[in-house]
Design a protein. Structure first.
Length: 302
């Protein structure tokens, strides 16, 4: 079994790396660092998929409401959150609730969710085996090594019957919580999970939806994936996030309504090959309650 990497140490390292790149990256993207929140006719949103077709549909819908939407593409999650925290961005969309909780607790942020988009599956893929039952004792399974997805990957493997976690596991489980395992766990950068499958360093891998798309992994290679109806996946609902002081801005509801329009949902569904479940029924208050609970639990394990 792989040596445990301390949860707190990993989070700290991630924060240091991201902060070092923050100043130059945000300055380049912000057009001089002005606070955009003063212009109520414009929303500046940060996203990690700004080139995808659904953003143009959203932009057009908001234009009909008299709102100009400026979508800025950033690929680093800490930068996307820090941009909102510092006022360089009005709002962002890229993360699930547990990632947001991690940012607030470890970076001193006060970001809150104002609306939900969808939950995406985490799936176990293999090119060597056709079912979980075929995975032999001692086979190597690659999983993402960033803390939030590592925990979720372990829960995924437990649901698939490959590992057993202490007390049933939770959103903050680490390798140290593995009580029994029939496989060898190989934590790698999330961008390398598909590579691990392709180069033979792992016979199976837990891969997030985005990386599976980029890596060309089809549904035919899925051995097991999350049940998107499970309430256990609430921490992984993706949300629009803003500073707490700006949460009551009426523009957010127009943005959320545009996202959940038929045209946008169809575009996002096509992009993700149907591997998602929309969560438009979650209110900001419900999402905030989930976030607060996650933050409390994270403080306990620090």
């Amino acid at each position: 079994m792989t040596t445990h990497r301390a949860f707190k140490k990993t989070l700290t390292a991630l924060g240091v790396l991201a902060t070092g790149a923050l100043t130059l990256s945000m300055a380049a993207c912000s057009g001089g660092g002005e606070d955009t929140s003063s212009d109520e006719s414009t929303i500046v949103i940060g996203a990690d998929d700004a080139t995808e077709p659904h953003w143009q549909i959203i932009t057009d819908k908001l234009a009909d409401e008299g709102i100009t939407l400026e979508v800025r593409n950033l690929t680093d999650g800490v930068q996307l959150n820090q941009g909102v925290q510092d006022g360089e961005l009005d709002i962002n969309l890229f993360q699930h609730l547990i990632f947001l909780a991690d940012f607030n607790v470890n970076s001193g942020g006060d970001l809150v969710p104002v609306g939900a988009t969808a939950v995406y599956p985490l799936a176990l893929y293999s090119k060597d085996f056709a079912s979980v039952d075929e995975i032999p004792e001692g086979a190597t399974v690659a999983i993402p090594d960033n803390p939030t997805n590592l925990s979720r990957a372990l829960l995924n493997l437990q649901a698939a019957g490959l590992v057993t976690l202490a007390d049933g596991g939770n959103a903050y489980s680490t390798e140290a919580d593995i009580e029994e395992s029939s496989v060898e766990i190989l934590p790698v950068d999330s961008n390398q999970t598909v590579t691990a499958l392709n180069d033979g360093s792992a016979q199976a891998a837990v891969v997030n939806n985005t990386q599976a798309q980029k890596g060309g992994l089809g549904d035919d290679l899925i051995l097991y994936k999350d049940d998107l109806d499970s309430p256990d996946l609430e921490p992984y609902i993706n949300v629009f996030a803003v500073k707490d002081e700006n949460k009551d801005d009426p523009r957010w509801q127009k943005l959320i309504d545009a996202y959940h329009s038929t045209e946008v949902e169809e575009s996002v569904t096509e992009l993700n090959q149907g591997n998602l479940q929309f969560k438009a029924d979650y209110t900001a208050e419900q999402l905030t309650d989930i976030l607060t609970d996650l933050e409390t639990k994270l403080e306990e394990v620090k």
